[in-house]
Design a protein around this ligand. Structure first.
Ligand code: ADP
Ligand code: ZN
Length: 619
């Protein structure tokens, strides 16, 4: 809005300048002295005038002494009648050379048309700029139907910059699957001669940051073909029908550049099950999806365009997308395991100078659950951290610090915390840590801190010793006790609870809910699931879970969840009240140092355990 006003003033200014120029030009026409009719008559009668040139209403008078006069006459009145009215006798006029010129030429047209044209022109220009402004704001509303696909033409890139499989670490199976696609693109003949139908679509399934885009680019890089990139959400805009026409446009461009790769990110934005939506945008999605299917079905066997689509919600995709001849190949990308994490860290560390003692393996060990993007981000943060300290090399401390930054957000040391709050936080985190230490199936404690980070007042990290894909009921129950350890500790020590435990409570409740309704881990309710997450889409969000059970069960589920949560609280309370000295010890160290690392914590606990055993033996 501001810039519209600014533009308006600019135009206003230009308008003033132009009109000023125009009028001054008109005034100065002829570069001569102005005069009135009376003076002219006097000069004629005095015999001083040599010639008069009539140009419209202007009389350009040349005197015998070669000087010039301009005189303006009334519009429509002829010169001769004018002069005779003023009493100039015909004898006086006779020797004069009188010439009548058409007031043609530029100046005439300018003088007559400009007063009309100029405002029109200005309004036109003004509207044009307004439109441009609006377009900018509304995301190029004027280019409705054109696809917004960005093209990365690998061929134009020098060999060094091109992304290939070498740049994608780990994901061995995915690369093997996609190597086939590279072959389809580079030597389609081989397959066509044997009567094989070359697949048209590959679906990459994996969470955010698992390298789906990277892999698709690498396929294009390996095959040395153009790569078109568009996101599913870009198809769906404010006008119905835009999506479909964008799809048409995209595929037209792709076919022209065949062989090539079309990469559709977030295909679930258009490819959700049809008929599952509420609200206006769902028709639009359906049309867009249909158009994608039509285009893919319409490929000639020889059109060598392969569509790679990415999603992290394969469960919500319309089955029509997954039928043979469409996205019938699936490549699943998981978060990397230990070996893959090491490999990814290596790839991203290539241009970063690392100190000699840096062990990427140790970093990988401490980052289970990190995605490829998280790991790339971690190394980048470490480099920034080192640079800010004016170091030439990135060392272990930078890397460890970055792990926590990526996981929990930046440290907020400057946040001023009152002494009481600090004490509460210390007891809270110590509670988590103590319960985690005592229970046998919980991952070892990695770090305890009462430095505020992101949203959390303090934090306790535990890191699994190995990558786990399965979790048992026992583990879940113990985890729940750890989650509630902070809450219980506050309660035991201060006889009160704070809002600091809110997210712990909701996490524990959620876990209990999943155990009962999704994992079939409740003895009373038996091995069945409750509720399907068959979602309804409204403004892109899940609005409710579908209930496939009766009110009677609902009550039982609530009871069961409550029982699990209460059980976990009781367990945590037992541990904390039995190990009060250990708790106090952790709190004392936390208040003194703010953080405790794994080694120190374990040593401390060993001492305390030994002391307790002695006491027990002495009884
Ligand atoms: P997605 O499309 O799955 O959300 P991206 O492909 O955009 O994820 O990955 C984001 C970034 O993460 C990549 O640009 C790359 O730097 C890094 N990354 C992810 N996976 C890997 C991997 N396997 N090897 C190397 N880098 C990776
Ligand atoms: Zn907590």
């Amino acid at each position: 809005m501001k810039s519209i006003i600014k533009n308006f003033f600019i135009f206003f200014f230009i308008f003033i300048v132009i009109s000023a120029l125009f009028y001054s030009a008109a005034d100065e026409r002829g570069n001569t002295a102005p005069a009135d009719i009376g003076q002219l008559v006097e000069k004629i009668n005095g015999g001083e005038v040599a010639s008069i040139v009539v140009q419209g209403d202007i009389l350009n008078v040349e005197l015998k002494d070669a000087s010039m006069l301009t005189v303006k006459k009334e519009t429509g009145e002829s010169l001769s009648s004018l002069l005779s009215n003023f009493g100039v006798t015909p004898e006086k006029l006779a020797p004069l050379r009188i010439e009548v010129k058409d007031e043609s030429g530029l100046s005439f047209w300018l003088a007559t048309l400009l007063p009309f044209l100029l405002p029109l022109l200005l309004i036109g220009v003004f509207i044009y700029f307004m439109m441009r402004q609006i377009q900018g704001a509304n995301g190029r509303a004027m280019m409705f139907g054109q696809s917004q696909a960005r093209e990365f033409n690998n061929q134009n890139q020098d060999k060094k910059k091109r992304i290939t499989f070498k740049d994608v670490a780990g994901v061995k199976e995915a690369k093997e699957e996609l190597a086939e696609v590279v072959e389809f693109l580079t030597s389609p003949k081989k397959f066509l001669e044997l009567g094989a139908r070359i697949p048209k679509g590959v679906l990459l399934v994996g969470g955010p940051g698992t390298g789906k885009t990277l892999l698709a680019k690498a396929v294009a890089g390996e095959a040395d073909v153009p790569f078109f990139h568009i996101s599913g959400s870009e198809f769906v805009e404010m006008f119905v029908g835009v999506g479909a026409s964008r799809v048409r446009d995209l595929f037209k461009r792709a076919k022209k550049n065949s062989p090539c790769i079309v990469f559709i990110d977030e295909i679930d934005a258009v490819g959700r099950q049809r008929g599952a939506g509420l609200g206006g945008s769902h028709d639009e999605r359906e049309q867009t999806l249909n158009q994608i299917l039509v285009e893919m079905d319409g490929f000639e066997p020889t059109t060598n365009v392969i569509v790679i689509a990415a999603t992290n919600r394969p469960d919500v995709l319309d089955p029509a997308l997954l039928r043979p001849g469409r996205f019938d190949r699936r490549v699943v990308l998981d978060n990397p395991d230990l070996q893959d994490r090491i490999a990814i860290l290596k790839v991203h560390a290539t241009h970063k100078p690392l100190a000699k003692e840096v062990s990427l393996r140790r970093i990988a060990e401490r980052t289970p659950g990190f995605s490829g993007a998280d790991l790339a981000n971690l190394l980048n943060e470490a480099a920034i951290f080192a640079a800010r300290e004016n170091k030439k090399l990135i060392d272990m401390r930078h890397l460890f610090e970055s792990i926590e930054k990526v996981m929990l957000g930046p440290e907020r040391k400057s946040r001023i915390i009152s002494e009481t709050e600090q004490k509460i936080t210390a007891y809270h985190e110590a509670g988590h840590a103590l319960v985690a230490h005592v229970l046998p199936h919980v991952d070892p404690v990695q770090k305890i801190s009462i430095i505020s980070r992101g949203m959390a007042g303090g934090y306790m990290l535990k890191v699994p010793t190995e990558d786990k894909r399965m979790h048992s009921k026992t583990e879940f129950i113990e985890d729940m006790a750890v989650m509630l350890g902070g809450y219980v500790s506050e309660q035991e020590i201060f006889g009160d609870v704070t809002t600091g435990a809110t997210s712990d409570l909701s996490k524990a409740t959620e876990l209990a809910h999943d155990m009962v309704t999704t994992y079939g881990m409740s003895e009373h309710l038996g091995p069945r699931t409750f509720g399907s997450k068959d979602e309804l889409v409204f403004l892109g969000r899940e609005i409710r879970e579908q209930r496939d059970y009766s009110e009677k069960w609902a009550e039982k589920i609530d009871e069961e969840i409550m029982a699990y949560v209460n059980g976990a609280v009781a367990r945590a309370r037992d541990i904390i009240s039995q190990h009060k000295p250990a708790l106090e010890k952790i709190v004392a160290v936390l208040l003194e140092k703010e953080t405790i690392e794994k080694e120190e914590f374990e040593e401390m606990m060993n001492e305390v355990d030994a002391g307790e055993e002695e006491k027990d033996a002495g009884k």
